[in-house]
Design a protein around this ligand. Structure first.
Ligand code: HEC
Length: 259
C-alpha cells in the first residue's frame, strides 16, 4: 500500500518536471528585488538608515549572546526574555555605537524593534522549554528571523553573509564578495572593526549599501565555528575552522534611494 503511494507520488513529480530539466523541479527565472522596496529615502537618509540597521542587527546579536549561557542551560525553564526587556537591552548596546539617533534612524529603528519583538514573542515556547540544551535560538537565528520580518515590512534586505554561510540566503553577491575580500585582510584583534559603505544598484534600484564585519571574538563562537574544521557542531553543521578574532561573516544592508 505504502509502496504504491510513493510510486504514484514520484511519477506525479516526474510528470511535473519540464522537458530539458528532467528530474529537477523547474525554477522560474526573473523577478527583481527593486519591486520589493516600499519606502525610499534621500541619499543622506539612506546612509543613516543603513547604518542604524546594520548596527541594530549587530547589537541584537550581542543581546542574544548575553543571554546565550542561560538559553543553552537545560535546567532553566522560563528564561525571562521578553520583547520589552530584550528591546531595552538591544537599545542600550546600540547606544554605545550610535549615541544619538537622527529622526529617520529613530523611525526605522522603531520598526526594526517591532520585528524583533515578534521574533522574541513567537520563540517563547522554544526559549523556555526545560530539559533541552540547544534550542536553535542563537544570535544568527534571531537576526535571520528579525531581518526576514523587517524585510517583509519595509522591503529592505539585511543579510548575514560572509566567507562562510550556513543557509542559502547568505550567498554573497558580487559587491559583497569584494567587501568580504577587503575585510578578510584586516586585523580584528580589537574593536572597532570598521565598516564599508557605498552607493550602488540592486536590479534597477539605486541603493546605499552598508557592510560591517562579524568577528568570532569570544571563545564561545569557536564551539560551533571553531578550530576542528569539519567536525560537527551541536546542530550538525561542519565547523568552519576559525580561530579567535577571525572574520566569521558580514552584515550587509541595502537601502533604496529616491531619484
Ligand atoms: C551553539 C552554536 C553556535 C554558537 C555558539 C555561535 N554560532 Fe554562529 N551560527 C550557528 C548556526 C547553527 C548558524 C546558522 C543559523 C541559521 O540557521 O541561520 C550560525 C550562523 C552564523 C552567522 C551567519 C552566517 C551563516 O553562516 O549563515 C554568523 C555571522 C555567525 N554564526 C557568527 C557567529 C559568531 C561571531 C559567534 C560568536 C559571537 C557565533 N556565531 C556563535 C551556530 C553557532
Amino acid at each position: 500500500m505504502k509502496t504504491t503511494f510513493y510510486a504514484l507520488l514520484s511519477s506525479a513529480v516526474i510528470g511535473l518536471t519540464v522537458p530539458g530539466y528532467a528530474g529537477t523541479p523547474y525554477h522560474t527565472p526573473g523577478g527583481q528585488i527593486e519591486y520589493n522596496f516600499f519606502t525610499k529615502f534621500t541619499e543622506q537618509e539612506a546612509k543613516e538608515v543603513a547604518e542604524v540597521l546594520a548596527r541594530a542587527t549587530e547589537a541584537g546579536r550581542a543581546a542574544i549572546l548575553t543571554h546565550l549561557p542561560k538559553i543553552l542551560d537545560p535546567k532553566i525553564g522560563d528564561k525571562g526574555i521578553r520583547p520589552d526587556n530584550f528591546e531595552e537591552l538591544l537599545r542600550s548596546i546600540l547606544a554605545a555605537a550610535i549615541p544619538k539617533l537622527t529622526p529617520v534612524q529613530k523611525k526605522m529603528l522603531d520598526k526594526y524593534m517591532e520585528a524583533s519583538g515578534m521574533v522574541i514573542a513567537y520563540n517563547q515556547d522554544r526559549l523556555n522549554v526545560k530539559g533541552v540544551g540547544f534550542k536553535y535560538v542563537l544570535p544568527a537565528s534571531w537576526a535571520k528571523e528579525t531581518n526576514m520580518i523587517f524585510r517583509a515590512m519595509t522591503g529592505i534586505p539585511i543579510k548575514q553573509s560572509g566567507p562562510f554561510y550556513r543557509i542559502p540566503t547568505g550567498i554573497p553577491d558580487a559587491f559583497e564578495k569584494e567587501v568580504i575580500a577587503k575585510f578578510g585582510k584586516r586585523d580584528y584583534s580589537k574593536p572597532p572593526y570598521g565598516e564599508f559603505g557605498a552607493i550602488g544598484t540592486i536590479g534597477k534600484q539605486k541603493v546605499y549599501r552598508q557592510v560591517i564585519p562579524v568577528v568570532a571574538n569570544i571563545p564561545l563562537c569557536l564551539k560551533c565555528h571553531g578550530d576542528d574544521k569539519g567536525s560537527l557542531d551541536i546542530l550538525g553543521y561542519e565547523k568552519e575552522g576559525l580561530k579567535l578574532n577571525d572574520l566569521r561573516g558580514i552584515i550587509s544592508v541595502a537601502v533604496p534611494i529616491k531619484e
